[in-house]
Design a protein around this ligand. Structure first.
Ligand code: CU
Length: 469
């Protein structure tokens, strides 16, 4: 955000209220606020979007994927995406962002039979909070801004890798040409650590692959890449990537140091969409901690109901990420198990450089309860209207038990940006409009646990190979 864009927004806000009323009268469309308060979330059957679905289906390996027979692939992702504003044209806040409306994954069980799981019913970048160290500048770049997703461009696509990239069209014209789809190699997925009978290294490797859906959120002087990646082994990684021009020229007192905090909202499902078993009301939400047990003098990992009450139930509330404890949130199906009797689960893993805890109200945060951002994880029941990340402490206030209810998980992922010469112009090294800030990424991964019956995408070595140490 820049001062100039503030004026622009003020004008848009005044204009916007008139135009939106006209819109409503002439077209009878629902407002962005109504749209957002009626999340895709509340029922699996009912689609609230006035537009048909926007599906991307991709099997792996991508090179041999046959769209006519997706279940012949080793694994498949079926993703439905949407924008949070029906027109992607906001005249007043909140901004319109790219989110995942549902993410379904297919894998093969140990008998080679396809199994399906709806991993999440909703994954959304719910807020991008940007506080500056000067103590008076802070922006809620989604809640407070009428920003939109910018047009996609072919020149923004990465190289044709395991499959060519493309720009997605939508049955809703306002959502066409916004989302980039890329399919890329994802490095070595596994290396088999094999040695022959003559002690020769005989490793095999499988290269990983991933599907990426991404678009760009306008942020005045900044741009935010919003990126959702789906890997061939069932992981989802959600990231924001801020880039663009710093709002301030380089400051000697470091008051221009700031955070770009991605604040995410997600609704896990874990149901079987084919057999209709399990689902959002049939999961446990747990917190996983690793610590040194002084009594046994050993490390222990404990898995407990999230914010549990006296009756041992998981409840609404918050948790901090503790570096030494490798804090992880886990969502486990109460009813779906793999072949070995383990509950099918997904772990929520932060990819972080640091954690927050001492942010003070400033500028655009008004009188917010700063716990919203100073606590890393929040869990609430899924409720219509619970959409503003800023208000999550209020949503969680009653600490209601979660058992038997669909839940929403809230998680913040901060990136710290300390201005450096690389952000500025070549001449005097301080002019922000003479340079650009290189992209910094911040996000988290959803990782399967006990979903597969064994190592995904791996066939054991032929019996002639002898394993030697
Ligand atoms: Cu920055």
């Amino acid at each position: 955000m820049s001062r100039g864009s503030f004026r622009l927004i003020a004008v848009l806000l005044i204009f916007g209220s008139c135009l939106t009323l006209l819109d409503l009268v002439s077209e009878g469309t629902s407002s962005a606020q109504q749209f957002r308060q009626d999340p895709s979330s509340s029922s699996r059957e009912k689609s609230v979007s006035p537009y048909p679905s926007n599906l991307v289906r991709q099997g792996f390996p991508a090179g041999s994927y046959d769209p006519e027979a997706p279940e012949r692939s080793d694994t498949v992702w079926e993703i439905e995406w949407e924008l949070t504003h029906p027109e992607n044209r906001t005249w007043y806040p909140p901004g319109s962002v790219l989110r995942i409306k549902s993410a379904r994954f297919m894998w093969k069980d140990r008998n080679g039979q396809p199994r399906w799981i709806t991993v999440a019913r909703m994954l959304e970048i719910a807020e991008i909070y940007v506080p500056y160290d000067n103590g008076n500048t802070a922006f809620l770049d989604i809640h407070d801004m009428p920003f939109n997703m910018t047009p996609a461009r072919k020149s923004f696509l990465g190289p044709n890798c395991v499959a060519p990239g493309e720009i997605l069209s939508s049955s809703n014209p306002a959502w066409s040409n916004i989302v980039h789809k890329e399919i890329h190699d994802d490095g070595v997925r596994w290396m088999s650590a094999e040695t022959s009978g003559r002690n020769e290294i005989a490793d095999r490797v499988r290269r990983g692959e991933k599907l990426i859906l991404w678009g760009t959120y306008y942020g005045a002087n900044y741009r935010y890449m919003i990126e959702y990646s789906f890997t061939d082994d069932g992981c989802i990684t959600c990231r924001i990537g801020p880039s663009g021009r710093n709002i301030f020229n380089r400051q000697k007192d470091l008051g221009d140091t700031h955070l770009h905090i991605g604040c995410w909202r997600m609704e896990m499902d874990l149901g079987d969409p084919i057999a209709n078993v399990g689902g959002p009301s049939e999961n446990d939400v747990q917190i996983v901690r690793r610590f040194y047990n002084e009594q046994t003098e050993r490390f222990t990992q404990v898995v407990r109901p999230f914010n549990r009450n006296g009756r041992g139930e998981a409840c609404e509330g918050s948790a901090k990420w503790v570096a030494e404890e490798f804090t992880t949130l886990r969502v486990s199906s109460k009813v779906r198990k793999n072949a070995h009797g383990y509950p099918m689960s997904y772990d929520i893993l932060s990819l972080r450089y640091g954690t927050l805890g001492q942010l003070q109200p400033e500028g655009g945060t008004y009188d917010a309860d700063m716990d919203f951002i100073n606590h890393d994880f929040w869990v609430t029941r899924t409720e219509s209207g619970f959409t503003d990340y800023l208000n999550v402490p209020r949503y969680a206030r009653e600490k209601r038990p979660l058992t038997g209810h669909p839940t929403t998980i809230w998680l913040c992922t901060p990136a710290l940006h300390v201005a450096r010469t690389e952000d500025f112009d070549q001449q005097d090294g301080t002019n922000s409009y003479g340079g650009v800030a290189i992209t910094t990424w911040a996000g988290f991964t959803l990782k399967p646990r006990d979903l597969f019956d064994g190592t995904p995408l791996y066939t054991p070595s032929p019996p002639t190979r002898v394993f030697r140490d």
